[in-house]
Design a protein around this ligand. Structure first.
Ligand code: ZN
Length: 190
């Protein structure tokens, strides 16, 4: 898929909204992005995950791992296309952990998958889980890089789309300055 085709899918599934938004960080933005809206549709999910699979098809991969919750759909679909095992890490006392009897073997080759990376915190935590089990990180594949290419995980990495979403503190918001009021995305009014 080209960047234009991806953005078109994002807009059609209303994953990418344009307006005046109050983000959870308290900052304002003229764009709001919710990856889960795209992943509602299996055909979109399949195509985007094929991009990740294509990037890593030469790599040796035994297992795909994702941080819950955002990464689950992506990790599951990538593992389905590769026909490899899929496990996920979930938060326990605020820390990502392998539960449910999941484990990684020594030297197992692991592909880390995520939906959206902003600072990469969850992915870095999953990389630590892989390392702590003496398994090997084969790469990192994700759908959207909201850091616009700034995050570097130190392993081969691929994102289907790089995005740069500008946001402002309320007092510096150009949209507020022009008299408009922000709305909270995800509210029923949308
Ligand atoms: Zn504003």
């Amino acid at each position: 898929m080209t960047e234009t085709q991806i953005l078109d899918v994002f807009k059609k599934s209303e994953a990418l909204l344009t307006g005046h938004f109050l983000l959870t960080s308290g900052r304002h933005s003229d764009k709001y992005f919710q990856c889960a809206k795209i992943l509602q549709y299996p055909d979109h999910t399949e195509k985007l995950c094929t991009m990740i699979v294509d990037r890593f098809k030469e790599a040796e991969i035994d297992t795909v791992i994702s941080p819950a919750i955002g990464g689950l759909v992506v990790g599951q679909e990538v593992s389905r296309q590769l026909n490899k095992r899929f496990v996920f890490a979930e938060r326990e006392d605020g820390k990502l952990t392998l539960r449910r009897g999941f484990s990684l073997d020594k030297n197992e080759k692991v592909l880390v998958c995520e939906d959206v990376v902003t600072t990469g915190g969850s992915v870095f935590e999953v990389i630590d889980i892989v390392k702590n089990n003496n398994a090997d990180v084969a790469g990192i594949g994700f759908i959207v890089d909201r850091s616009n290419g700034k995050v570097n995980f130190g392993f081969p990495q691929f994102s289907a789309l790089k995005m740069n979403v500008a946001s402002y503190p309320p007092e510096e918001c150009p949209l507020c300055n022009s008299g408009s009021k922000p709305i909270k995305p995800g509210s029923r009014k949308l």
